[in-house]
Design a protein around this ligand. Structure first.
Ligand code: HEM
Length: 419
């Protein structure tokens, strides 16, 4: 543990736009530094695999941002606690988290996800047929983005024609997951725009819910309305928040898994051709991408109580050593750094799908483990196997362009030469 100045400058480096293309050297410095505490910002940052894993499994680690010291202070100063109603269950603790997750998880059982497979195959095929028309292919706009968006719209019952309107709102909302507030103490630029986007998207969803009430379909939104109408388990505000969460998750994450995997396959000799020859490698390629260059780079928690992390627990339950996080602190878990922790993985900087074991926190861990993981894995598998087998000689055409987001790491442009 060192003085507060050094951690702050490392964290500011991590947020700097110029490191977006390759944040891993900064993560390596943060990892070498060890846990960092910025008492003035009520912030603790963990970056080792063992610490991140321990926090994610810790019963006192809360996902409810209202429990932070900063939020409590703002509320004491007169701020409205939840100006948009309840948040998505990603940001809730039990019992609300348990109840809402259980209701939605019924839509993500393996049978439902598997049933989407023929549609996903058709969508991938259609997108790649368009790709064949040109010598170069921009893989974000041509495949990695439109596929998950069409799938989540189908699942939720959101008309695809409305997509251009809410994709802009969803991109702005994805920025609100970045840790500007915790590290800099300010809300970051574009705060008003993000608030407006949040307001607009909720309004849009309310209208759509009203339409689905009159004219229900087979989709998840209609299913949630049905639950609400047949009992008191779910309020309209909770349906809005849940659909909002799923829509943004479906828009801003799988795109980056597909794109980050394409880039890794192209940058690492022989990997593209190996997948083209053996589609059975897809699962390992996807898990190694989730470790080596994960779409979600960090996860936040709030200390619900004073918590000691990384200490030695004796038989009597006493904890010696470790870092004590004061109740109310924001906790940043730099999972992308943890994935390259040499105490967790050999040759951490190498992209190697043939590692004997690939353990990662790319979909989180514990009670909030990603509900969309099976869907994301299926979409990525079908997209990557089709792309490599159809274009076995593809090459990187230009250096990719990265989006400004820190938490949800991804590219805005990834051009490849097809033949
Ligand atoms: C590659 C794509 C994806 C990645 C890397 C990813 C990653 C994650 C991570 C790391 C978490 C845990 C966050 C935390 O613990 O605070 C999470 C939660 C969640 N994800 Fe995903 N996700 C992906 C795709 C999706 C998709 C496609 C959906 C839905 C359509 C989805 C829905 C959710 C939901 C609802 C949660 C909250 C679960 C809870 O709080 O109980 N995700 N995801």
């Amino acid at each position: 543990m060192t003085t507060a100045a050094e951690p702050q400058s490392l964290l500011l480096q991590m947020l700097a736009p110029e490191v977006r293309a390759d944040p891993y050297p900064v993560y390596a410095q943060i990892l070498a530094h060890g846990p960092m505490q910025l008492p003035g910002n009520n912030l603790t940052v963990f970056s080792s695999y063992a610490d991140c894993d321990e926090v994610l499994r810790h019963p006192d680690a809360s996902s409810d941002r209202l429990k932070s010291t900063a939020a409590q202070r703002a509320i004491a100063d007169g701020a409205e606690a939840r100006p948009f109603g309840p948040p998505g269950f990603l940001f809730l603790d039990p019992p609300d988290h348990t109840r809402l997750r259980w209701l939605v998880s019924k839509a993500f059982v393996p049978k439902v996800v598997k049933a989407l497979e023929p549609d996903i195959v058709t969508m991938v095929d259609g997108l790649l047929r368009e790709a064949e028309a040109g010598a170069t292919f921009e893989a974000i706009g041509g495949l990695a983005y439109p596929l998950p968006v069409a799938v989540i719209c189908r699942l939720l019952g959101v008309p695809l024609e409305d997509e251009p309107q809410f994709s802009a709102a969803s991109a702005l909302l994805a920025q609100s997951l970045d840790p500007f507030i915790s590290v800099t103490g300010s809300a970051g630029s574009g705060f008003e725009e993000r608030m407006q986007a949040a307001r607009w998207l909720r309004g849009y969803l309310r209208e759509l819910i009203a339409r689905r009430r009159r004219d229900p379909g087979e989709d998840l939104m209609s299913g949630l309305i049905h639950v609400e109408e047949s009992g008191d388990q779910l309020t309209e505000d909770e349906i809005v928040a849940t659909c909002n969460l799923l829509l943004v998750a479906g828009h801003e994450t799988t795109v980056n898994l597909i794109a980050n995997a394409i880039l890794a396959l192209l940058r690492n000799d022989g990997q593209w051709a190996a997948l083209a020859a053996d589609p059975g490698r897809a699962a390992a390629v996807i898990e190694e991408t989730l470790r080596h260059d994960p779409p979600v780079q960090l996860v936040g928690r709030i200390a619900g109580q004073d918590m000691t992390i990384g200490g030695e627990r004796s038989d009597g339950g006493n904890v010696a050593g470790g870092v004590t996080v004061p109740k109310g602190d924001n906790i940043l878990l730099l999972t992308a750094a943890a994935h390259r922790d040499p105490d967790h993985v050999d040759r951490p900087d190498e992209f190697d799908p043939d590692r004997p074991v690939i353990r990662h926190l790319g979909f989180g861990k514990g009670a909030h483990f990603c509900l969309g993981a099976p869907l994301a894995r299926l979409e990525a598998t079908l997209a990557l196997t089709a792309l490599t087998s159809r274009f076995p000689d593809a090459k990187l055409a230009a250096e990719p362009v990265y989006k400004p987001n820190v938490t949800l790491r991804g590219m805005s442009e990834l051009s490849i030469t097809l033949a």
